[in-house]
Design a protein around this ligand. Structure first.
Ligand SMILES: CCCCCCCCCCCCCCCCCCCC(=O)SCCNC(=O)CCNC(=O)[C@H](O)C(C)(C)COP(=O)(O)OP(=O)(O)OC[C@H]1O[C@@H](n2cnc3c(N)ncnc32)[C@H](O)[C@@H]1OP(=O)(O)O
Ligand SMILES: NC(=O)C1=CN([C@@H]2O[C@H](COP(=O)(O)OP(=O)(O)OC[C@H]3O[C@@H](n4cnc5c(N)ncnc54)[C@H](OP(=O)(O)O)[C@@H]3O)[C@@H](O)[C@H]2O)C=CC1
Length: 423
């Protein structure tokens, strides 16, 4: 049986979300560990005044690609950008590109999504659900497709305490929701969003749950695998330890604590902080692509890519590590010396917000005004409070994920030859 590296040799791979945090690491790892991969087709949109070509060329200059660049200075020739705005009908891929992709793609990795917690429902639905449907339709036109791998989230079913590697019934039939929201204006949708999302905390987890169902509906026609990472953090080992390029999840909180801005946060010290390094998720993604294509499981397999069951780590321990590490390696231009406390008590947290956040911000802004400068600290704190308010749901409770399919992949009869794909 082919090893993972052998399997990808000569294959053409389609990746959505390749300019994102996880997508970039996936592209790099494929180029590094599967040097004989034929081509990586990546769906990219122009953004922030940059054309698709400019964005891809900029991305390939990133430090993340250093080892690949060193090994093969021509690595960029394997990356073929395809212009695509996922929120548009047909993903706005030109008919010529559709033909090209239909003729050559062997594996699809669908990473693109909006991961914002405060995304208006219509937009989250458009990107996370409707675009996934469109991609599945495109996949069905691919003559040589061997596997379709969808990246979901371990929190798609965070309204449950115990989460198995199954696709749960969706909170609503996606087709009905799409049809109903089509005629509603944004104000009405905003009003009914809390009722719709019910016991989920945000439109992100809600639409990711709907997307899983939409993907599963195609399991008779496509060979599908679904990966559910928990909180994806900086790289563990590859391409080098500690690589990260965003403030999502806890990263922004850590930086704010390191800058001495964040002094208090509501979290449960004893709750498991289910963090998973991005390179582990990417290794698993490639292993799942291989397994799905080679073993062709009869039904869609779901992989809960979590760490808490194997190596539990708690928010309370993180507090200690974060603060001591910033004391050893202080950040530049810190507002105050780092010192932050986690509490699960609402009133105590409010007290410290007043004393350690708002009061110093007021004094600092007064000082800036006296110096003839624009006040800024209160604005920063308001944004920080909004962000941590949205994260608290995840830091205040525990979940238990079953991960039998991951164990099966690592140790079972599947024959996982994953020397270069530590999971
Ligand atoms: C002692 C201290 C240690 C404390 C330890 C305890 C820590 C507990 C932390 C708990 C964290 C729990 C996290 C759980 C998450 C699990 C979710 C499931 C995982 C997933 O499936 S997907 C990934 C999750 N998605 C996210 O994390 C996205 C969340 N972010 C948002 O929804 C929005 O960014 C947000 C927060 C609503 C802000 O929106 P907005 O005001 O519009 O700002 P922008 O997004 O445009 O960003 C503006 C600017 O701010 C920077 N930024 C963004 N977030 C943060 C942040 N958290 N902290 C600091 N800075 C942040 C952003 O990069 C932008 O900068 P620019 O320079 O580009 O302007
Ligand atoms: N980060 C995390 O902690 C976790 C992430 N996940 C899942 O992993 C996947 C990747 O997440 P992550 O890399 O962190 O997310 P990012 O936000 O870093 O990347 C999102 C990607 O989707 C692309 N995208 C967004 N909107 C569009 C659009 N309209 N048209 C074309 N492309 C678009 C972005 O492109 P552009 O650069 O043009 O904006 C970007 O490449 C997602 O499915 C997410 O749900 C799951 C669990 C945890």
């Amino acid at each position: 049986m082919a090893s993972i590296t052998e399997y990808y040799a000569g294959k053409s791979v389609l990746i959505t979300g390749a300019t994102g945090f996880m997508g970039k690491v996936l592209v790099e790892k494929l180029l590094w560990s599967c040097p004989d991969v034929k081509a990586l087709y990546i769906l990219v949109r122009p953004k922030a005044g940059q054309s698709m070509e400019q964005r891809v060329s900029h991305m390939m200059k990133c430090k993340l690609f250093d080892r690949v660049r060193e090994a093969n200075p021509d690595f960029h020739k394997k990356i073929i950008p395809i212009s695509s705005e996922l929120t548009q009908p047909g993903l706005s891929i030109s008919p010529e590109d559709v033909e090209k992709l239909s003729a050559c793609i062997n594996i699809v990795f669908h990473c693109a999504a909006t991961i914002r917690f405060d995304e208006p429902l219509k937009h989250a639905l458009q990107l996370n659900v409707i675009a996934t449907q469109e991609l599945l339709s495109l996949a069905q036109r691919m003559h040589h497709l061997e596997a379709f791998i969808h990246i979901s989230t371990a929190y798609a079913n965070c309204n449950r305490k115990h989460i198995d590697e199954v696709i749960y019934p969706p909170p609503v039939e996606p087709k009905k929701l799409i049809e109903s929201l089509e005629w509603m204006d944004d104000g009405i949708v905003q009003d009914i969003t809390p009722r719709l999302i019910g016991d989920r905390p945000n439109t992100y987890t809600y639409t990711k749950a709907l997307a899983e169902y939409v993907v599963q509906q195609e399991q008779d026609k496509l060979n599908i695998g679904i990966i559910r990472p928990s909180i994806v953090g900086a790289s563990w080992q590859e391409p080098f330890p500690g690589w990260i390029d965003n403030f999502n999840g806890p990263s922004g909180v850590f930086i704010a604590a390191g800058k001495g801005i964040l002094r208090t946060m509501r979290a449960n010290n004893d709750a498991v902080a289910d963090l998973i390094p991005v390179d582990v998720v990417v290794n698993l993604t490639l292993a799942v692509g291989w397994y799905t294509a080679v073993h062709r499981p009869k039904t869609t397999l779901v992989y809960n890519c979590t760490s808490g069951g194997i190596n539990p780590f708690h928010w309370g321990e993180i507090e200690h590590h974060v603060i001591s590490s910033f004391k050893r390696n202080p950040l530049e231009q810190a507002f105050r010396r780092p010192n932050a406390n986690i509490t699960s008590n609402y009133l105590i947290n409010q007290y410290w917000i007043l004393v350690s956040h708002k009061f110093p911000a007021l004094i600092y802004d007064l000082f800036l005004r006296l110096c003839g400068q624009k006040p800024q600290m209160m604005r920063i704190f308001n944004r920080l409070h909004k962000a941590i308010g949205l994260l608290e749901y995840f830091s205040s409770q525990d979940w238990e994920w079953n991960s039998d399919n991951i164990s099966m992949l690592m140790t079972g009869p599947a024959g996982y030859k994953g020397a270069h794909y530590s999971i």
